[in-house]
Design a protein. Structure first.
Length: 405
C-alpha cells in the first residue's frame, strides 16, 4: 500500500511530463500504469467520456516514447461509433477510440497483441453495483492488461530479430460490447491478410497463489498447446479452453478466422464493482504473465506458422443442447469441489432464486455437483417450468434455494 502511494506521488509530481518516468524500469512501469489508469482522475474510463480520452492520451504517449509508430486511422487513434444505451435500440449515438501502435519490422506478417482499456465509469450497464454511482476504477479489468501490453511493447521492441511485425492495440468500447475490436476488424489499419495471430489480455492482475492462468482459444490453432506447454514456467498451471468465442476482444479476431489466445488470471469478488482497485492487484503476477506471453512471442518468432481451426462454440452448444438454463456464468478457473458461480444474470432462474456470484453449487435436486461438468449433466435432467432445490455453499454456510427453470 505504501509503495503504491509513492508511485502515485511520483506520477502526480510529474504531471503530464513523461521524461522522468521513462527512466523507471519497465517492471516499475507496470505499477505506475495500473495505478494511473485506475486512479479516480480517470473516472472509470467509460467509453466516450473525458476519462477515456485521458487514458487514450496516456497510452499513446507511452507508445510514442517507446518508439512505436502511430497506426490508427487518426494518428494513434481509431475512432468508432457505438450505442451507449443498452435499452435504446441500435442507434450509434456516441464515439469511442482505440489506441494503436506498430512495431514495424518490415515483415509480411503481423501479430496483434491487444487489451481493452475502457471500463464502467460510475457504474454503467454491466456493473454489479449499479446503484452505488461510485467510480469503477477497473484495476484488474483491465488496467492490468494494458500494463502488460505496454510492458511487452517495451521489451519486444528490443528484440532485433523479429520475423514479424507486432501491432499493439488498446481497445475501447469493450464493456459496451466489443465495439472497438469489431471496428478494427471492419476497418483494419494494416492489411487484414497479414495478421496471423492475436493475443488478448483481459484481467491479468489477480494471479493467485496457485499461479493458475486461464488461457482460452487454445483450439483455434493446432500449434497453440505445444507452444504454451513449452513456455510454462515451473509452479504455474494453465487451464486451457479451446473455444475462440468468449466475452472479450479476441472474439472479434476469431470470427474473422484468425488464431487467438486469451490470457486471464481468474474471477474474483470485486469483478465489475468499485472495489476492483489497484491495491488489490498482484503486480508481480502481471510481470509473470507478461514473461509467459513474451515466451510465446519468441516461440512464434522461431516458427511463425499458425494453422487456424474453427472451435466448437461452447456457449452456443450449451444453449442448444440444454432444455433449461440457470442464467449464470460458471467460474472456469475455480479448482475446488463444486461449481462456483462467477456472476448471475438479471431476471434469470439463478438470480430469482437468490443465488449470488461466489456461491458454490454442490447439489441440484438429488444430483451432487463436484465440478462444472457434473453441473451441466445435472441441468440436462430438467425440463422448462420444473422446480428443484439447489444447494450452495456461501462462505461457511450451506444454503438450500428453490429454483424454477
Ligand atoms: Zn474486461
Amino acid at each position: 500500500m505504501k509503495k503504491i502511494l509513492i508511485y502515485l506521488l511520483i506520477f502526480k509530481l510529474l504531471g503530464s511530463s513523461l521524461s522522468l518516468k521513462a527512466q523507471l524500469s519497465p517492471e516499475t512501469m507496470i505499477r505506475v500504469d495500473v495505478v494511473y489508469l485506475a486512479s479516480d482522475d480517470l473516472e472509470g474510463r467509460q467509453t466516450g467520456t473525458v476519462g477515456e480520452a485521458m487514458a487514450a492520451d496516456y497510452i499513446s504517449e507511452r507508445m510514442a516514447k517507446m518508439g512505436l509508430k502511430a497506426k490508427g486511422s487518426e494518428e494513434w487513434f481509431q475512432s468508432f461509433k457505438f450505442n451507449s444505451n443498452p435499452h435504446g435500440g441500435s442507434q450509434l449515438d456516441k464515439v469511442g477510440k482505440n489506441v494503436i501502435g506498430f512495431l514495424d519490422r518490415k515483415a509480411k506478417k503481423t501479430l496483434v497483441i491487444g487489451a481493452h482499456y475502457d471500463h464502467l465509469g460510475y457504474g454503467m450497464a454491466g456493473s454489479l453495483r449499479p446503484d452505488d454511482h461510485s467510480i469503477h476504477n477497473g484495476a484488474d479489468d483491465n488496467a492490468s492488461g494494458i500494463a502488460a501490453l505496454l510492458y511487452l511493447a517495451d521489451q519486444l521492441k528490443k528484440e532485433k530479430k523479429l520475423n514479424f511485425n507486432i501491432l499493439f492495440i488498446a481497445f475501447s468500447g469493450e464493456e459496451y460490447g466489443l465495439y472497438g475490436s469489431k471496428a478494427f476488424m471492419e476497418n483494419p489499419t494494416i492489411p487484414k491478410e497479414s495478421i496471423f495471430g492475436m493475443i488478448n489480455m483481459d484481467m491479468v492482475g489477480r494471479l493467485n497463489k496457485e499461479k493458475t492462468i486461464a488461457i482460452s482459444g487454445t483450439g483455434t490453432a493446432t500449434e497453440w498447446k505445444a507452444i504454451l506447454e513449452s513456455c510454462k514456467m515451473p509452479g504455474f498451471s494453465f487451464n486451457y479452453s479451446d473455444g475462440g468465442i468468449g466475452p472479450s476482444d479476441h472474439t472479434s479476431f476469431y470470427l474473422k478466422d484468425i488464431p487467438v489466445l486469451h490470457f486471464f488470471t481468474g474471477q474474483h469478488q470485486d469483478y465489475h464493482k468499485p472495489s476492483d482497485d489497484s491495491p488489490l492487484v498482484n503486480y508481480d503476477g502481471i510481470w509473470e504473465v507478461s514473461q509467459i506471453i513474451w515466451g510465446v512471442v519468441l516461440k512464434l518468432n522461431a516458427k511463425p506458422v499458425l494453422s487456424f481451426q474453427k472451435t466448437k462454440d461452447e456457449n452456443k452448444q450449451q444453449a442448444s443442447s440444454f432444455k433449461v438454463t440457470m442464467g449464470l456464468m460458471p467460474d472456469y478457473v475455480y479448482n475446488g469441489e463444486g461449481m462456483r458461480i462467477d456472476a448471475v444474470l438479471e431476471n434469470r432462474p439463478a438470480q430469482k432464486a437468490g443465488l449470488l456470484g461466489g456461491d458454490i453449487i454442490i447439489q441440484i435436486g438429488s444430483n451432487p455437483v463436484k465440478d462444472v461438468y457434473q453441473y451441466m449433466e445435472a441441468l440436462n435432467k430438467f425440463e422448462k417450468g420444473q422446480e428443484t432445490e439447489v444447494t450452495v455453499k456461501r462462505k461457511d454456510e450451506i444454503l438450500v434455494k428453490k429454483v424454477v427453470f
